[in-house]
Design a protein around this ligand. Structure first.
Ligand code: GLN
Length: 278
């Protein structure tokens, strides 16, 4: 079979599915299996695809049609221009979370200590360390399986010289004796009541990384309350939040002795809360 035909067939196949990006998904699948990116397929569409490759493409596109996220099918996701390995044990890093990395890189004191709570794939912690090697980076997750993925990403992306410290535990539990200059977190913050209305793709992701009790507020609340004793005087807390949570965060921060500003993501939605001692 010719690669041009296989790509077109895959696009048509995915157009009849729920995916919002059939062309991109088809290109990524064909590229993963054949090594040929979309633009190359269009230049040399007559290149042959082996039977084995074709079967793999059919398997991948079927999985995509069943709403499995493309990142899990390919086992990878780009975040902050770095290639992260991902699997169903970790949340897929989202572009809006890159804003936390920007802020942490900019604001963390020289040679400061930073912790990423609920690190998942290690995306935030690894991206910060990669761009600010002077920072001492710690990270925790309650899921041992997620930490396996994070460790692998830290080793492959950072290499043996630059490393981060990974700990298993709930929120700040593993770090009771440390005071941080920067706390960052992309905690679960989706309201479980919204579950039935959300994209089917989300069902493949670890539910405990997405949904939080009390209308999505439980973990965010604990983070703000516990951060008080975990930060140095000049320390800062950056949390990714849901777009409907701004008012609650402002109230909760003030109650806990923090001043807060909320940054919008690239879609113009309130997304990152920045908390500092008052
Ligand atoms: N932004 C993600 C979503 O809506 C949620 C991530 C999270 O809960 N931390 O899919």
């Amino acid at each position: 079979m010719k690669v041009g035909n296989v790509l077109q067939e895959t696009i048509d196949f995915l157009k009849s599915s729920l995916t919002q990006s059939p062309v991109l998904d088809a290109e990524l699948i064909v590229e993963e299996v054949t090594g040929m990116p979309g633009h190359k397929v269009r230049i040399i569409p007559d290149e042959e695809v082996s039977q084995e490759q074709y079967e793999k493409i059919c398997n991948y596109r079927q999985r995509r049609k069943e709403c499995e996220p493309i990142a899990y099918i390919l086992g990878k996701k780009e975040f902050y221009s770095l290639n992260f390995n991902v699997n169903k044990d970790v949340l897929i890093p989202r572009p809006e979370t890159e804003l936390i990395v920007d802020l942490a890189i900019y604001y963390t004191a020289p040679h400061g200590k930073l912790v990423d709570i609920g690190t998942g794939s290690g995306a935030i912690a690894v991206a910060v360390k990669c761009n600010r090697p002077d920072i001492q980076v710690y990270a925790s997750d309650i899921s041992g399986k997620a930490l396996v993925v994070a460790k692998n990403n830290a080793e492959t992306i950072l290499g043996p010289e630059r490393q981060i410290e990974l700990h298993k535990g709930y929120l700040f539990e593993p770090f009771r004796d440390i005071r941080f200059d920067m706390i960052v977190s992309n905690p679960p913050y989706v309201d479980p009541a919204l579950r039935e209305y959300l994209q089917r793709d989300l069902e493949y992701e670890p539910q405990e990384a997405l949904y939080s009790a009390e209308g999505g507020k439980e973990i965010v609340t604990k983070l703000i309350e516990d951060a008080r004793d975990m930060l140095n005087d000049e320390g800062m807390l950056l949390i990714e939040i849901s777009e409907s949570m701004s008012e609650y965060i402002i109230e909760k921060s003030s109650e806990s002795g923090f001043s807060v500003s909320i940054f919008q993501d690239y879609s113009g939605l309130p997304r990152i809360a920045v908390l500092k001692n008052k």
